[in-house]
Design a protein around this ligand. Structure first.
Ligand SMILES: [Zn+2]
Length: 920
């Protein structure tokens, strides 16, 4: 799955659209499951099940016993898009491993009418069905004993096409005439296949699936595999799909509606298509291009052909996450797949490239080889994130994807710097714990430590290890230990020694660097923002990591790179004569922070910008800001440091600086805001004076995006009236600006906007012609200052005007706004039950991230009281993490608020008013 991005620029992306249909019939051989790619060694099926006798099943009430396992599902579903219900029948081929009279599988929100079991002797037994809603399981008891061997379980059932964007659900969109049209789609990860059909809904119960859909003849159906037969029967179109490979239930997918597809692009023999609701064909070429490139890239990297027969990428108008890697039928939010290249920003295009590459990478990592249980989700998601970077970097080297990945790494480090963080591998018990695993630690920290390992053992060795891992575990499940084994063979060294500390332990180190005469001393300790944990769950004293360190030492006018594994608490290395300075984390691949002594830091800063790589400058400012928030660096030193970055022109470096200024904006008193605005103008002004409003010939995409970011910062956080006036003029003359600037201009106008502008934007949002345009106007509705306008935005988040896939993010944005936070928090308290009823799963969890912005002591107390009284659990450690982040914000205010106010007073006396007009 692709998470919604929750990076420093709060929130990106949303969507609108539909699907299309497979029309080829019969031309592709059935039973692809039997065709094992020549490079792949299938393993004994069920190898990961570790068959436990039924009498000694695990104490976890959510888990299934393993004495009966499925090998194949014949599944027929009949969705009705007028009544929003579905009926289903299935035959599951089972292996009974141990004599039993009882079968247990998963089912929830389904009515199961009858269940019977038979075998080759044609003996059929009816069973008594007992649903267990609290554990999402179903038990069938038979009057007779089922002996070990092969059995066939027949079930018939009905369900509802729900509105919660999970299981088998409904989506709606407006067609060209403005009529509302329905669509049915599935989202099964992590544990929602059980809402569409009874099944063994754990990733290790792999089986093949043969799906048949009976639908309205006017509609189209898409599933994981090609259509092998289509016939008409009792007024329905009956569409039969080829067997899948052996795979997990969470990867099964169906989409039914009025769908259109592009012509296929062939990658070898694999046809690749992009699907949407009708009328969006012009928005598909970009996704087709990156889809084709990345599929080819992965076939070469993994050394294994694409593991299915066809690949469809489908844009769904309502979709809870970013995208979902259903084998052969990947589903997306519209904003993550459909785009008009001419009008989209670099960031919007990069997002689509990332997501398409990510999902394609999953066809191997996740689909062909799957983690045994959700505690190992990182094997899917960290790898898909890592491979997404690798593919996009190969596709567009000028985008410098591995450098800009620094921002994602920084977000992971901010969560992993909490006492309430968790290890990348973390116990999962209930379904909601599985859902909580889809976070920055699994994705971004996971990908970061993989990148660190890749750089440590070498990219070719790493790739060879990955190939072995996929080859050995194809069509099966695997654990982290299996990956270490494969990488260890390739690297000819034990991997667990280095890596276990990063995967099985929470947190990461800060390396404290000092010069002691002719030696450099490096000390490691765990980095945390708060000195004391909030709870007794505490941190392990003296935690150590094996840190692969790459450093560059400058001495005597030359530089020398060195690599070492820092494993001890304290390490010393000799320095060359005439030592000048040292950069730790050269190249920026390490998942650790560095704290230099003030003198070493100053020597480095003197090298900026040209003497250090962008990622190295990024790390210096990012680590300095984290140290400031943690109370390790004085606030005034940090603010002085930002002045030394005025000459920097790297977008990511500025993302950190601007993010820090946004944080300060949340903790200052309103009366000090004009002084902070002046500071923003002082810091950002020189870059804007260099770049102006108009792109230069030959300018890079990154520079164009950077220009947009600084203009946005000046117009909003800097409250620069000249920039605001110019933005207003440019907005009034459409087509006059670089597309990268338009979202910034729209946001600035919202920031200063009145009721009339608000109404105009609502119309623009509703009539948008691309998913990106829709999203820009939608998100702008959270950026107004007047309370009554923000109140309207909040109401739209529960009255159906804003899709439920987007509504939680809108509320989160208003909570993050200094103009709307109290209002939004009151609204959340009042409307909690309504939101809980309306929003998709994970909606409340994502919305609640907004509480981290409520950084006043009074609001913090109220927030804690609310969650305690309501006994709310957001799954995993989510709520604990949000509350700790809130505590950090309040601590920063209490500790540094006065210092900050004095600093702003001093600097207000010598900073410019607004930007010079001649650059506009
Ligand atoms: Zn994913």
């Amino acid at each position: 799955m692709t998470r919604r991005q929750a990076l420093t620029v709060l929130l990106r992306s949303l969507s609108v659209s539909t699907l299309l249909a497979l029309r080829h019939t019969g031309s592709i051989p059935r039973l692809f499951a039997a065709q094992v790619a020549p490079y792949v060694i299938p393993k004994y099926s069920g190898a990961r099940m570790n068959h436990t006798p039924s009498s000694q099943q695990s104490a976890n009430p959510y888990r299934l016993p393993q004495h009966v396992v499925p090998t194949h599902y014949d599944l027929r579903l009949e969705p009705d898009l007028t009544t929003f219900t579905f009926a289903g029948k299935e035959t599951i081929v089972l292996t009974v491993r141990e004599a039993t009279s009882e079968i247990v599988f998963n089912a929830v929100d389904l009515q199961i009418a009858e269940g019977s079991i038979g075998n080759d002797a044609k003996v059929v037994h009816r069973g008594a069905i007992e649903l267990e809603p609290s554990t999402e399981r179903c038990r069938i008891r038979f009057a007779t004993t089922l002996h070990p061997g092969t059995w066939k379980l027949d079930l018939s059932f009905t369900g509802v096409l729900n509105e919660k964007l999970r299981g088998f659900y409904r989506s709606t969109y407006k067609d060209a005439k403005g009529n509302t049209r329905p669509l049915a789609a599935t989202q099964f990860e992590a544990t929602d296949a059980r809402r569409a059909f009874p099944c063994w809904d754990e990733p290790a119960f792999k089986a093949s699936f043969a799906a048949t859909l009976a639908i309205d003849p006017a509609l189209t159906a898409v599933s994981n595999t090609p259509i092998v037969a289509e016939r008409h029967e009792a007024g329905k179109k009956v569409v039969q799909f080829a067997d899948t490979i052996r795979m997990s239930t969470y990867l099964v997918a169906f989409v039914v509606g009025e769908l259109e597809s592009t012509e296929p692009v062939f990658i070898g023999s694999t046809p690749l298509r992009v699907w949407s609701v009708p009328g969006k064909a012009r928005l598909t070429p970009f996704a087709l291009e990156i889809g084709a490139f990345s599929l080819k890239f992965f076939e070469q990297y993994y050394g294994i052909p694409y593991p299915s027969q066809k690949l469809d990428l489908l844009a769904i108008p309502d979709f809870a996450s970013g995208a979902m890697e259903n084998l052969g039928a990947i589903t997306f939010r519209e904003t993550a797949l459909l785009v008009d290249r001419q009008t989209a920003t670099h960031a919007e295009q990069e997002r689509i490239a990332d997501v398409v590459a990510h999902e394609n990478a999953h066809m191997w990592f996740g689909d062909l080889v799957t983690m045994s249980w959700w505690n190992g989700l990182w094997l899917n998601e960290a790898f898909a994130t890592f491979m997404e970077m690798a593919a996009v970097d190969a596709w567009k080297p000028e985008w410098q994807r591995w450098t800009t990945f620094g921002v994602s790494r920084a977000v992971a480090m901010s969560v992993d710097g909490l006492h309430s963080t968790r290890a990348i591998e973390y116990p999962v018990i209930a379904p909601k714990d599985a859902d909580a695993m889809f976070d920055v630690l699994t994705y971004e920290k996971g990908a970061s430590v993989l990148r660190m390992l890749e750089q440590y053992i070498g990219p070719d060795v790493f790739r060879d290890g990955v190939r072995e891992y996929l080859r050995v575990h194809a069509y099966d499940n695997a654990d982290t230990g299996d990956l270490w084994t494969a990488l260890g063979h390739a690297a000819k060294q034990p991997i667990p020694d280095v890596m276990n500390g990063w995967i099985f332990k929470p947190g990461y180190p800060i390396l404290i660097v000092k010069q002691d005469g002719d030696r450099l001393t490096i000390e490691q300790q765990r980095f945390t923002y708060l000195a004391q944990p909030l709870s007794t769950s505490g941190i392990e004293a003296n935690q150590r990591w094996h840190v692969p360190v790459q450093m560059r030492i400058l001495a005597n006018g030359t530089s020398e790179s060195r690599r070492l594994l820092v494993s001890e608490k304290r390490t010393q290395i000799p320095l060359p004569e005439r030592f000048e300075s040292v950069v730790l984390n050269e190249g920026g691949h390490g998942f650790y922070r560095v704290r230099y002594t003030p003198e070493l830091l100053q020597r480095l800063v003197r090298l900026t910008p040209h003497g250090l790589a962008a990622i190295e400058r990024f790390n210096i400012i990012n680590d300095a800001w984290a140290s400031t928030v943690a109370g390790l660096m004085p606030m005034t030193d940090y603010l002085d440091l930002t002045a030394q970055f005025k000459t920097d022109r790297d977008k990511n470096v500025w993302e950190i600086i601007l993010g820090s200024l946004h944080t300060l904006n949340r903790i200052i008193d309103a009366s000090d805001r004009p002084k902070l605005e002046a500071l923003v103008r002082d810091r950002v002004g020189p870059a804007f004076e260099d770049l102006g409003w108009i792109p230069q010939e030959g300018e890079s995409e990154l520079t164009k995006q950077f220009r947009a970011e600084i203009i946005r910062a000046l117009g909003i956080l800097g409250n620069d009236q000249t920039v605001q006036r110019r933005a207003t003029e440019l907005y009034a003359t459409p087509g006059s600006v670089d597309p990268n600037l338009l979202p910034a201009i729209i946001a600035i106008l919202a920031h200063i906007g009145n009721d009339a502008r608000y109404r105009e934007y609502v119309q623009r949002f509703k009539q948008a012609t691309t998913p990106q345009e829709e999203r820009r106007y939608l998100y702008s509705l959270a950026l107004y200052q007047p309370r009554e306008l923000l109140q309207q935005t909040l109401m739209k988040s529960i009255n159906g005007e804003i899709r439920t896939q987007d509504a939680p993010f809108m509320v989160r944005m208003v909570m993050a706004s200094v103009y709307g936070r109290e209002l939004a928090w009151d609204f959340v308290k009042q409307q909690w039950d309504t939101m809980d009823r309306l929003y998709p799963k994970n909606g409340l969890r994502r919305m609640c991230e907004g509480i981290t912005g409520l950084a006043t002591p009074e609001l913090e107390r109220d927030v804690r009281r609310f969650f305690e009284e309501r006994k709310i659990d957001l799954g995993g450690k989510t709520l604990e993490q949000y509350l700790e982040q809130l505590r950090i914000g309040v601590t920063l205010r209490e500790r540094d608020g006065k210092t900050l106010a004095h600093y702003l007073d001093r600097s207000a006396n010598n900073t410019p008013g607004t930007i010079k007009l001649d650059n506009c």
